[in-house]
Design a protein around this ligand. Sequence first.
Ligand code: PLP
Length: 229
Amino acid sequence: MTTIAANMQAVRDRIACAAQGAGRPPSSIALIAVSKTWPAEYIAAAHACGQRAFAESYAQEAMEKMKPLAHLPLEWHFIGPLQSNKTRPIAEHFHWVHSVEREKIAARLNEARPERLPPLNVCIQVNVSGEASKSGVAPGQEPVLARAIAALPRLRLRGLMAIPEPTRDAGLQRRRFALLRELKDGLVAAGFAVDTLSMGMSDDLEAAILEGATMVRVGTAIFGERIKS
Ligand SMILES: *Cc1c(COP(=O)(O)O)cnc(C)c1O
């Protein structure tokens, strides 16, 4: 558990350092701790170090972990693949969904979002590296989906999310993130009130922050190597 505390501090230092290099206040970048595959105890340990926002990729797994943590004021982000038959628990239990890529799924989340809760914050996932295996709309398709989401009263469109292909090429990392920033700027120019760029993970958060990330999603650097992902 002390490892989690040390890792959290190291990640915060990396974010602060990258923010300084980008001439941005570190407070303009939210750290989302990706806790998929790790038990509720690890989440509680990270919370004890001041971490509030956690991300999960599988609805069932997330629901099981949320129960023993219900007494903590945590903010939950869904970042995994969205299936039509899993939209209800996600709409009921999460504050954010980063991985919306289809109008039909957006409509289901909208329908299932309880009236007693504020609108669900959503990001559109964009496939910035054009890999056939990756989820997300193709660059250029995001305005169509943005218009559809904007018409759904129980959803609040916040911005864009991407998971570029892993690469050690820092220049390539930055080009992928720069593309997502340009697409988000395009939405702003088209009149959408979006403020979020969800991009950057354990291995590329510096490049993402240089290109304007407002949320970085970090798992391995906080909790360690996952056995499955
Ligand atoms: C697993 C995952 C992460 C975290 O990746 P790390 O390399 O462990 O930091 C971030 N975003 C998404 C969408 C993920 O599925």
